[in-house]
Write a protein that binds this ligand. Structure first.
Ligand code: TTP
Ligand code: MG
Length: 355
């Protein structure tokens, strides 16, 4: 641990990526603490969408079929996880808790949040008496240079990330992993290095190593499935290939703007900003309607779906004004075709909604 006085303030950003451990399973264990000591999975249809770390010791992974999971661990307990309401509710509690520390929080899915903590770190830097020590791991055990303002700034970031994780544990009973790095891209890539319930700090000198170590371009946030396929058809499998690929050929395939974006991603250059979370603009629920061929069956199904939707609208407290129904038909020739109809909710019904 070191103290410092009037250090120079470094210019870069400090971003934290937080990913909760086996999220649905943690929520289920909070609802039923008996589950905690047993290997258990959360089931949706015939899949184990996630499982606790006790079950992962048996080799059970996310999205494994129930049959395979039971083969690997016959004593596996299964909990139904088709109703997402408890996960959604906990997810918003997590984001709200993080917002108490810092306004720049961006949600990604239900169990991940990015935070830009540059300001928070800056405030601590100006506090002469602060002590400095790394919390958690440093990627590839890189040595710290206490004279480097950028290192100091990121180390303080690791302290802040630890405080986030401590709060999540003490106030919500949840554990998660954090990555601390100069950008969203790098923070996300580094956060899962040590799991569960751990955190990893990436210092600038190891960025190249982290990126070159990724075995598959598809692991990079921002490179989707189709782009991965196109890159693979050019012989580009990992980031090392992408970094070394001739720029003119990359531009020929993707056009100059996408080619530049891909090259930047391969070098870890990412200036994308945190987009703070806003309350949702709409609430929806859906079902695949496997057996539904008449109007009566459709109405029956809608009746089943509505209570959940209405309860979420009521908890939100705002009054809805529009109702939209979307039907997605699947046909082998045209794939998925969507059709929507919407209408205003009659004014005399609006006061019945919300708080
Ligand atoms: P993840 O963060 O991918 O998984 P996890 O939180 O369960 O486990 P880890 O400790 O490895 O982070 O996804 C978050 C939740 O989203 C997960 O608990 C279950 C759900 N989920 C799906 O519904 N479908 C999917 O394909 C995956 C991967 C997850
Ligand atoms: Mg997770």
């Amino acid at each position: 641990m070191r103290s410092w006085k009037n250090r120079e303030v470094a210019g870069g950003r400090v971003i934290v990526h937080l990913d909760l451990d086996c999220f649905y399973a943690q929520v289920e264990a909070l609802r039923n603490p008996d589950l905690k000591s047993k290997p258990f999975g959360v089931q949706q249809k015939s899949l184990v969408v996630t499982c606790n770390y006790e079950a992962r010791k048996f080799g059970i992974g996310k999205l494994m079929s129930v049959r395979e999971a039971k083969e690997k661990c016959p004593q596996l307990v299964l909990v139904k996880g088709e109703d997402l309401t408890p996960y959604r509710e906990m997810s918003y509690k997590v984001t709200e808790l993080l917002e108490e520390f810092c306004p720049l929080v961006e949600r990604l899915g239900l169990d991940e949040n990015f935070l830009d903590i540059t300001e928070l770190v800056g405030k601590r830097l100006r506090n002469d008496n602060s002590q400095i020590r790394v919390c958690g791991h440093v990627y590839n055990e890189q040595g710290i240079n206490y004279r480097d303002p950028r290192h100091i700034q990121l180390i303080l970031g690791s302290q802040v990330a630890q405080e986030f994780r401590d709060s999540l544990k003490s106030r919500l009973g949840l554990t998660g992993c954090a990555g601390i790095a100069p950008s969203k891209l790098l923070a996300k890539l580094v956060s899962g290095t040590f799991k569960p319930d751990q955190q990893t700090l990436l210092l600038p000198e190891k960025i190249r190593e982290l990126l070159r170590g990724l075995e598959n371009v598809g692991k990079v946030p921002g490179i989707g499935h189709r782009t991965t396929q196109r890159l693979e058809s050019l012989g580009i499998r990992n980031l090392r290939d992408l970094q070394d690929f001739p720029m003119d050929l990359l531009e020929k395939e993707f056009g100059s703007s996408t080619a530049r974006k891909l090259r930047n991603l391969s070098l870890g250059k990412d200036n994308s900003q945190i987009i703070p979370w806003r309350p949702p603009q709409s609430f929806s629920d859906e079902d695949s309607f496997p057996k539904c061929s008449s109007e009566a069956e459709a109405k029956e199904k809608l009746r089943e779906l509505l209570p959940n939707l209405l309860s979420r609208i009521s908890k939100d407290g705002r009054r809805p004004h529009t109702l939209r129904l979307t039907i997605r038909r699947f046909s082998r020739e045209n794939g998925n075709r969507r059709e929507s109809r919407q209408c205003p909710i009659p004014s005399h019904l609006i006061p019945k909604f919300g708080k």
